[in-house]
Design a protein around this ligand. Structure first.
Ligand SMILES: Nc1ncnc2c1ncn2[C@@H]1O[C@H](COP(=O)(O)OP(=O)(O)OP(=O)(O)O)[C@@H](O)[C@H]1O
Ligand SMILES: [Mg+2]
Length: 472
């Protein structure tokens, strides 16, 4: 059975986005802008769900809700507002509003709320998984939710975005989502990967060229900037952009205009730039391969897409999603197998997980994925390898985090903050180490010195110098 959904919102771009994200085989959607238009619709048709803004041109959306409730319609209602306060929230819940959503909208949340609201049987989890197909991105870990919130906040803006993250984490998917949920959605999303084209062609690919601009330029050709006009240009692997081209890109970002290679005509440009990299662009700036001014221009909003190993709780949703996608819902995976998948390090992130399910869907006819299959297909899945590596790496990893924070806070021109750094850092390391070891042996200095491999006198001196208090 289809669901009739009515959207009441005067914001045209938001309305478009809502219609687009909620449309599907099961939903029939109408959208209007005012209370009076909504009332006409409600009098004509029955709606299973009404999504309404509070601030409407001809009144308060809650008045509409009140009217509907007086008519004793069983319609479910979701209220959206940018200006929610305690009173409106209370009033909405008195009117038996199903959910109260604040603007800017987190679309993934909204889609989940809507599907839950329309679901007849709430305990039916298969329904939820099936609904995932409509989601632009799978995963509801805390770290991904924060990515979704940023995407939602960007909906009404044209801000330049830099997306970072390891290979296969979903950077391009995030870029596409930003485009799809922006007012540029009806125009093109154009992708140019710096690493995929020869360096000396990047400039002419980006800006186009005039006939005769260089040998082989037989006719005037438009570039990616022109192709993306009014839409979004996604510059992938931006760290690989040649230094000379960076200056030209900077100019377009500053002036909003450029000219084709070998041409003089000035072309105005209205393109939103989203770039991505799996390099540390700040380091590229430091090593002189990336312009600092361009870095700041691109990095107006930064989104870091977390590695899969840092959001293991998403593995179950992603696995079910990919399994359904590649095996038409025939194959099943159980909790033990998911646990095994969660132990692996996933260096290739979501792409590796996706490829894994693609492969086993083809190679194995069994309908149940077993631990044996997983162990056969992922060579180094050895259960402890990842955990072990974690603890082996942990000291230097946490040192790196610590040192990065430390260096970020330093001022190179301030002699005091950088004075005796080696000594200071060694102290930071030595004191907790000696403390721990002493505690471990209940204050026994002979055993502690032996464990640390230092002379007893040295230990005694260090305890004194580092002002370590000994427990009686
Ligand atoms: N959250 C997600 N939900 C569903 N599919 C995802 C998700 N994240 C990534 N994928 C899928 O994983 C694959 C890799 O994603 P994508 O190309 O966006 O990654 P990337 O970070 O751009 O990788 P690279 O750095 O290698 O270019 C794609 O097929 C994408 O559809
Ligand atoms: Mg990519």
């Amino acid at each position: 059975m289809e669901n009739n959904i009515l959207i009441v919102d005067s914001d045209i771009s938001l309305k478009k986005i809502l219609v687009k994200s909620l449309s599907g085989a099961k939903n029939i959607i109408r959208a209007v802008s005012t209370i009076s238009e909504a009332w006409v619709e409600i009098s004509k048709n029955y709606y299973d769900l009404i999504l309404t803004d509070i601030e409407l041109p001809d009144g308060d959306g809650l008045e509409l809700v009140e009217k509907i409730r007086k008519k004793k319609l069983s319609t479910k209602i979701i209220v959206i507002s940018a200006k929610h306060n305690l009173l409106t929230t209370v009033k909405a819940s008195e009117l038996n509003v199903y959910e109260y959503i604040s603007k800017p909208i987190d679309l993934n949340d909204l889609i989940i709320v809507v599907s839950r609201c329309l679901q007849k049987d709430k305990s039916n989890t298969h329904q939820l998984i099936a609904d995932d197909e409509k989601l632009p991105m799978i995963g509801n870990s805390q770290v991904m939710q924060s990515v979704y919130r940023t995407i939602a906040k960007l909906m009404k803006t044209d801000l330049t975005v830099l997306i970072t993250g390891e290979s296969g984490t979903g950077k391009e998917l995030v870029a596409k989502a930003i485009h799809d949920f922006s007012r540029r959605a009806d125009d093109d999303f154009v992708v140019l990967n710096m690493a995929a084209i020869p360096r000396d062609l990047i400039e002419s690919e980006l800006f186009g060229y005039e006939k005769g601009a260089f040998t082989g330029a037989e006719k005037k050709t438009i570039g990616y900037f022109e192709k993306a006009e009014k839409g979004t240009l996604f510059l992938d692997e931006i760290g690989d952009m040649p230094f000379e081209v960076q200056a030209r890109l900077l100019r377009v970002l500053q002036m909003g205009e450029y000219s084709r290679v070998g041409g003089r005509e000035v072309i105005k440009s209205d393109v939103r730039i989203i770039s991505a990299t799996n390099k540390n662009l700040k380091e590229c700036v430091e090593s002189g391969t990336f312009r600092e001014d361009l870095y700041y221009r691109l990095n107006v909003v930064k989104i870091n897409v977390p590695s899969l190993r840092d959001r293991k709780s998403d593995i179950i949703l992603l696995s079910n999603f990919f399994l359904k996608k590649f095996s038409n819902g025939v194959k099943q995976i159980d909790d033990d197998c998911i646990k095994l998948l969660e132990k692996y390090r996933w260096p290739g992130n979501v792409r590796e997980l996706e490829n894994f399910f693609k492969k086993i869907s083809v190679l194995y006819s069994d309908n149940v994925i077993t631990k044996k299959i997983i162990e056969e297909e992922i060579n180094d899945i050895d259960e402890v390898s990842y955990e072990q590596q974690q603890s082996e790496n942990s000291i230097s990893d946490s040192m790196i985090v610590h040192l990065s924070n430390f260096f970020d806070a330093l001022n190179p021109d301030d002699d005091n903050s950088t004075l005796n750094l080696y000594e200071k850092l060694l102290t930071e390391f030595e004191k907790p180490l000696i403390n721990k070891a002493l505690n471990f042996f209940n204050g026994n200095q002979i055993k502690t010195a032996a464990m640390l491999g230092i002379n007893r006198n040295t230990l005694r001196k260090k305890i004194k110098d580092l002002k370590i208090t000994l427990k009686k």
